[in-house]
Design a protein around this ligand. Structure first.
Ligand code: ADP
Length: 235
């Protein structure tokens, strides 16, 4: 199984010298290949948690382990971010001066593959997201849904074991949003990737196998249940 197991153990995080508490003692576990959503009102800490799991930021206390790697012990978080995790954001963040194919190839640069191999892989990934025919197109000529598809293909460039998506459908109409979620479902099934999606949209959350709910920096799942899941996995 390709998917990463994720453990978040008693993680807290605050900003502005402790004045803003974003996460309070959050613990959770994701099984390899699980398709999970993280929901809750704006400002409750969802993006902060996603960023910590993606090693874009560090917790004040507690620990996070992904695919057996304790994130605070990583020598080089950029390698973890490049090889283990794929990110999809609300706004696709594609480089407007590069084609779809070149955008998908970007994360592969510096990972040792030749340009021919990168190009072939990008073509394969664009095929997977239904955009083979737009490989040479500039992002500005694509629809919102197509751009987000390219962003998903780019996130898959290095075969991540964990996909983290922050409001990936937040800027899309409901039909396009359904197509993007269907794409995540298919990635989860075909690659076995563990997927965690932050969303404010109940329709998106309903499509995931499990919903994690947050409020005021806390995870609302029964802490005992989550603690048991963690203990079971450790034994
Ligand atoms: P959500 O994703 O649920 O909308 P966030 O994780 O973005 O919530 O934010 C949680 C809280 O932490 C909010 O009060 C937000 O203002 C604060 N916060 C997030 N990032 C920062 C930051 N870099 N600096 C200061 N405060 C932040």
């Amino acid at each position: 199984m390709n998917g990463a197991e994720v453990f978040v153990d008693s993680v807290s995080k605050s900003f502005d010298n402790g004045r803003v508490v974003a996460l309070r003692d959050v613990s959770l576990r994701l099984d390899p290949g699980e398709f999970v959503s993280l929901v809750g009102p704006s400002g409750c800490g969802k993006s902060t948690l996603l960023n910590l799991i993606g090693a874009l930021d560090r917790p004040d206390s507690g620990s996070i382990t992904v695919a057996g790697e304790r994130l605070q012990h990583l020598g080089d978080p950029s390698q973890y971010r490049a090889l283990i995790v794929g990110f999809v954001f609300q706004f696709h963040n594609l480089i407007p001066t590069l084609s779809s194919s070149e955008n998908v190839q970007l994360p592969m640069i510096g990972q040792g593959s030749s340009s021919a191999v990168r190009e072939r892989k990008a073509q394969e990934l664009l095929g997977e997201v239904g955009l083979s025919h737009r490989a040479r197109a500039a992002p500005t000529t694509l629809s919102g849904g197509e751009r987000q598809r390219v962003a998903v293909a780019r996130a898959l460039a290095n075969g991540p074991r964990l996909l983290l998506a922050d409001e990936p459908t937040g800027a899309l109409d409901s039909e396009t949003s359904d197509q993007i979620i269907a794409l995540f479902e298919s990635v989860c099934v075909s690659h076995g990737t563990t997927i965690l999606i932050v969303t404010n949209d109940d329709r998106v959350a309903e499509r995931t196998v499990r919903q994690l709910r947050m409020r005021d920096g806390r995870l609302l799942v029964d802490p005992a249940v989550e603690a048991q899941r963690i203990t079971d996995a450790a034994s």
